[in-house]
Ligand binder design. Structure first.
Ligand code: ZN
Length: 167
């Protein structure tokens, strides 16, 4: 591991410990020392990005304290994530620009917010959001755009592109 990685992990472990000294802090520091290298390995392998570059990007994008940030939920396995180099590559692959809303099952041109215009039984237009509490109801896909991921660490949870339905 590079010096940057070793130093950063130690600094984060210390922060975790200082946030809750004693036994709990020790456990948290210990978890971080295992969790971060494990995630770096996984992401670096699947995305073909250098580990140091990844950790720098994660730290730059971190807005909350160490313990709240480095969680499995934020760094899920990416085996099933669709990976694209650029947004243009994503748009070329899913060129119809149409996505399937998991709630009303209609097509929407916005991959995050349903704009199908479907009116439900309460007379209200569907405005389901992929980032809402119930997400994509297990029917969406996750997308990484490397250009953006390297800066923000963002994994986009979106409605499923209609192109995937024919496959
Ligand atoms: Zn909808």
């Amino acid at each position: 591991m590079s010096d940057y990685i070793t130093t950063t992990i130690e600094a984060l472990a210390k922060q975790a410990y200082d946030g809750w000294p004693g036994h709990v802090g020790e456990e948290r520091a210990c978890e971080l020392r295992a969790f971060i290298p494990d995630r770096l390995e996984h992401y670096s392998q699947h995305l073909g990005i250098d580990k140091e570059q990844l950790l720098r990007a994660w730290e730059e994008g971190r807005r909350v304290n160490t313990i709240n940030h480095y969680q499995q939920s934020r760094y899920p396995n990416v085996n099933d994530v669709h990976v694209f180099k650029t947004l243009d590559e994503f748009k070329a692959r899913f060129s119809s620009g149409k996505f399937r809303c998991p709630a009303c099952s209609k097509e929407t041109s916005n991959p995050y917010e349903c704009n199908s215009g479907h009116i439900d039984s309460n007379g209200e237009a569907c405005n389901w959001k992929s980032y809402g509490f119930l997400g994509t109801l297990g029917k969406g896909v996750e997308v990484i755009v490397l250009d953006d991921f390297i800066k923000t660490g963002a994994i986009h949870s979106i409605f499923s592109p209609v192109e995937l339905e024919d496959a």
